[in-house]
Design a protein. Structure first.
Length: 255
């Protein structure tokens, strides 16, 4: 069986980068005559910048606004940031239990490497995949997910998952053909994640970690055929797992 591969979003999932991103967004909008309180700009956390700036200005102004955003963010904004409680412990436990960890973010890859290095989280990841500075399409979520899967040498998409706090993470994962997990301690709501079709929704890093470890133990008890049945049932949310009866249908009929 291929090792489990987990891709993590960065902003709003591993670190609370909201204040720096929102203040950088305010700085950029002000340069184009738009005044907004920075605390109202939380929707800038997560999605690609060209999409969010597109809500405020014509297409031809967006590259300049992104440049202004990066002026602030590269100077002080990236430091207005901290790892979420429990994230370090989650990564450490998953790594020690054989999970292969990667980052897939729409943030500039160079900045993602800088942030994760600053907080001492970079060693947990085999690769940090983000947006190149000169190719907005490559920074779309589905494309950074595919880049991370390629670096992982993933040949079985059923063994890969993306974890994120916004619908863009979930939609990108679906388009890439992998499982998706939404987390509620970031900037997205349960409703947003559910509507996007998240396979799992977790409240804390610890809860996500425990689910992954539980699934890993279940994998060790299942043969390939049983695992395929279980994944198919989970995909239609039709089965509940119990340790002693792993194939108990919601209707009560056992396979």
């Amino acid at each position: 069986m291929q090792e489990r591969i987990i891709l993590f979003d960065l902003d709003g999932t591993l670190t609370d980068s909201g204040p720096g991103i929102m203040k950088a967004s305010q700085f950029a909008l002000r340069a184009y005559g738009v005044e907004r309180d920075w605390q109202e700009l939380d929707f800038f956390v997560g999605p690609p910048l060209d999409e969010t700036f597109g809500q405020f200005m014509p297409k031809e102004d967006i590259p300049g606004a992104i440049d202004q955003f990066r002026v602030y963010y590269h100077d002080v904004g990236w430091l207005e940031n901290e790892p979420y409680p429990g994230v370090r412990e989650m990564l450490d436990t998953l790594q020690k239990n054989g999970f292969r960890l990667f980052v897939a973010t729409s943030k500039l890859e160079s900045m993602a490497v800088q942030v994760l290095g600053h907080f001492g989280l970079a060693p947990y990841f085999e690769a940090i995949c983000g947006a190149p500075g000169d190719n907005p399409q490559a920074g779309k979520k589905v494309n950074v997910i595919r880049a991370a899967l390629q670096k992982a040498g993933c040949t079985d998409l059923t063994q890969a998952m993306i974890v994120g706090d916004r619908k863009h993470d979930i939609i990108g994962g679906k388009l890439a053909g992998i499982r998706t997990a939404g987390i509620l301690y970031g900037y997205g709501s349960r409703e947003e994640l559910a509507q996007a079709g998240a396979d799992l929704i977790c409240r804390t890093p610890e809860e996500f970690m425990k689910i992954m470890l539980s699934e890993q133990q279940g994998d060790k008890r299942m043969n390939a055929t049983e695992r395929k049945i279980a994944e198919d049932l989970l995909s239609i949310r039709a089965v509940f797992f119990r340790p002693d009866e792993p194939f108990t249908w919601a209707s009560g009929i056992k396979s």
